[in-house]
Ligand binder design. Structure first.
Ligand code: B12
Ligand code: SF4
Length: 587
């Protein structure tokens, strides 16, 4: 008998998460591979509810479907509550639940979902044991540790902490081969450990209180080597675990291995890092960058010591500033920094402090750092959710029915929900203003702008690109061509060689030049006849010398010597470059 198990991550699509909506959660990939090695036939999907219903119908009617497992996080609780009873009622297939939200399930929620049971915490061992008791549930399943289910009287029964896989090396490679819909991306997520030794009051990871466990370095490198060899599209490795930078020695070993692997296939990598560790061991960055680190994610959380201490983040603003400085010095290309809004004891004064701090960070790393604010969320199990009053917070909407990650669900002593949202907007607006100012003042070096266009993996989330560079007419196509190395700036071409290069206009004449007034204009800039003729001939088909030769006869009468004409033309060509209208192609 086939033992098909559907593992689903079902989410409505919302505008802010469109780009990541169909990521397959690492947890499902791990469960899938674990179940497969134990004789089951899992299939994994991330999809919207309509697609999920079609899939469930197809599998339930066409083959023997042993169970449907639903991944549940804060944002898809409604989908899980609607789908659960539909599956159990229509197809008499057991519904099992799990995921980060499971720690907060209560009797009411379980009843609404119609599930047989939910797994709290890591799922490999409890889920396998549960499946082994199916299809006609062996009553012994109720003794499996790590479960929640409803007793006969409707009360919530917990079987206590579940068994975990102590040796993480035993979990096989993430099961992308069991995801029929998934198109592999250049970015490959990998986790090198589970659990976190820190206990930040707002974070679910800290609340889980799992001992931090690590995979062995050889197993991590083996996974990367296999993936790079098996999937040619992959050229960006993302270490998504919170514990990547916990040990200097381990990072040293991993970096040495990554450097070796990069001699065979070039790839870049990203990791999440803890500010305190990067500050404790500044040399860590000097190990990471040469072995391919391009992007760093850090939690900076707040500019206020009071907030940081209340959250038990174990960092200070001074540490953050040092780490950002060191990261720039070490050559990190992008830094993504998360900051909280509506944090414990947050007031208007602290919002102002955050704005000033953010400005300082952006000035320290122009074109490199972007800061992403998000409100403190009442994730289940966190200290902030369990005892909000200790943090000067009030949870107004614990189940999140009034937000789609776009509005706070709590208020702090000093700020109500609207004020927190307003403060977040103010922070973003003032941040963008500083970024824009730095750009206009020429403080963002060319190489950093070019990198934002070259990095095709993370560029969607890169604020510099979306809100600063995209505002400048012609900059985006200009740097896209630069990033593809299709064109170059004249200043990078040896002077004597320039006449042999081919000026290529970036703009499109029919679209970008306005002839309606009887003369050509680009925006408010009116082109002289010479300027227009130079642009007209700058198609990348003629060398610079050929362009000048072609234009000269028409204007020869205006110049005493050809040299004078050439000099004037080169001035114009440099102006075009400054305006991102033109660059030089080799052929
Ligand atoms: C990598 C990551 C991402 C990546 C990739 C997504 C992914 N889920 O892999 C990206 C960047 C896309 C992302 C985005 C977001 N993330 Co995220 N992310 C993580 C992170 C760091 C690792 C996920 C992971 O692979 N974990 C390792 C696996 C092994 O653990 P697991 O997922 O919990 O799965 C185990 C169990 O839960 C259980 N299980 C899971 N599913 C099921 C199903 C069944 C049937 C059963 C029985 C068991 C079971 O078994 C699994 C294996 O042991 C976690 C933090 C963490 N360390 O877990 C946050 C985390 C999951 N993210 C979180 C959040 C809030 C978000 C965002 C909402 C952030 C935002 N504001 O945009 C978005 C949501 C995107 C979306 N629409 O899904 C929260 C979730 C809190 C919650 N209660 O929902 C977490 C826990 C972070 C935190 N500390 O608070 N995230
Ligand atoms: S915020 Fe980071 S350091 Fe703090 S508990 Fe969560 S995962 Fe650990």
């Amino acid at each position: 008998m086939t033992k098909t198990v559907l593992l689903l991550n079902v989410h409505r699509i919302i505008p802010s998460s469109m780009e990541i909506a169909w990521e397959i959660p690492g947890g499902l990939l791990s469960l899938g591979s674990w179940l497969e090695t134990h004789g089951y036939a899992p299939e994994i999907y991330s999809c919207e509810p309509i697609r999920a219903m079609a899939l469930i119908r197809e599998k339930a009617e066409g083959s023997h479907l042993l169970a449907v497992g639903l991944y549940c996080d804060f944002e898809n609780q409604v989908e899980v509550q609607e789908l659960g009873p539909w599956i159990a009622g229509q197809f008499a297939v057991p519904v099992l639940l799990g995921g980060p939200q499971a720690v907060g399930f209560d009797a009411r929620f379980l009843k609404r979902t119609g599930c047989l049971a939910a797994v709290v915490g890591e799922g490999e061992v409890p889920l396998l044991r549960l499946l082994q008791c199916l299809p006609s549930p062996d009553p012994d399943w109720r003794k499996i540790p790590g479960l929640l289910y409803l007793g006969e009287d409707g009360s919530l029964i917990s079987t206590g902490p579940g068994e975990i896989v102590e040796d993480l090396d035993l979990i096989p490679l993430p099961a992308y081969h069991l995801c029929p819909d998934y198109i592999l991306q250049p970015r490959y997520n990998i986790m090198t450990g589970r659990g976190c030794p820190y206990r930040c009051a707002f974070c679910q990871e800290g609340a889980a209180k799992y001992r931090a466990r690590f995979r062995s370095v050889p197993s991590i490198l083996q996974e990367i080597e296999t993936v790079l060899g098996r999937y040619p599209v992959v050229d960006y490795i993302a270490f998504t675990d919170d514990t990547f930078t916990l040990s200097l020695e381990r990072v040293r070993e991993i970096c040495a291995g990554l450097a070796r692997l990069r001699t065979r296939k070039n790839f870049r990598w990203y990791c999440e890092a803890h500010v305190e560790r990067l500050d404790r061991w500044p040399e860590m960055l000097d190990l990471m960058v040469p072995s391919g680190l391009v992007r760093l994610q850090i939690g900076i959380e707040s500019a206020s010591r009071k907030v940081l201490d209340a959250c038990r983040k174990k960092i200070t603003p001074a540490m953050v500033l040092r780490v950002v400085r060191n990261a720039v010095k070490a050559g990190v290309r992008q830094i993504f920094a998360c900051i909280l809004t509506g944090a414990p004891f947050e007031s208007g004064k602290i919002t102002g402090q955050n704005c000033r701090f953010v400005e300082k960070l952006i000035r320290t790393a122009p074109g490199i750092i972007e800061i992403s604010p998000s409100p403190v969320m009442p994730y289940p199990g966190t200290e902030i959710t369990r005892t909000p009053e200790k943090f000067g917070l009030k949870v107004l909407d614990p189940s999140g029915g009034t937000a789609i990650s776009d509005f706070p669900l709590t208020e702090s002593t000093g700020l109500d929900r609207e004020a927190i949202a307003q403060g977040q907007k103010y922070l973003v607006d003032s941040m963008v203003e500083v970024m824009w100012k730095l750009f206009r003042e020429g403080k963002v070096p060319h190489e950093r702008i070019a990198y934002a266009f070259r990095e095709r993996v993370e560029r969607q989330s890169f604020i510099w690109r979306r809100v600063v560079y995209d505002r400048v007419p012609f900059l985006s196509p200009y740097y896209s061509l630069i990033a593809r190395r299709a064109v170059r700036r004249s200043r990078e071409i040896p002077r004597g060689e320039l006449p042999g290069w081919r000026p290529q206009r970036i703009l499109e004449l029919w679209h970008d030049v306005d002839f309606s007034e009887g003369y050509p204009a680009i925006g408010r800039y009116v082109l002289s006849p010479l300027e227009f003729d130079l642009l007209l001939h700058s198609t990348g088909k003629l060398t610079l010398q050929a362009v000048l030769d072609a234009v000269y006869p028409k204007f020869a009468g205006l110049y005493r010597r050809r040299r004078e004409f050439d000099r004037t033309c080169m001035k114009k060509m440099r102006l075009f470059e400054e305006k991102y209208w033109l660059a030089y192609a080799p052929l």
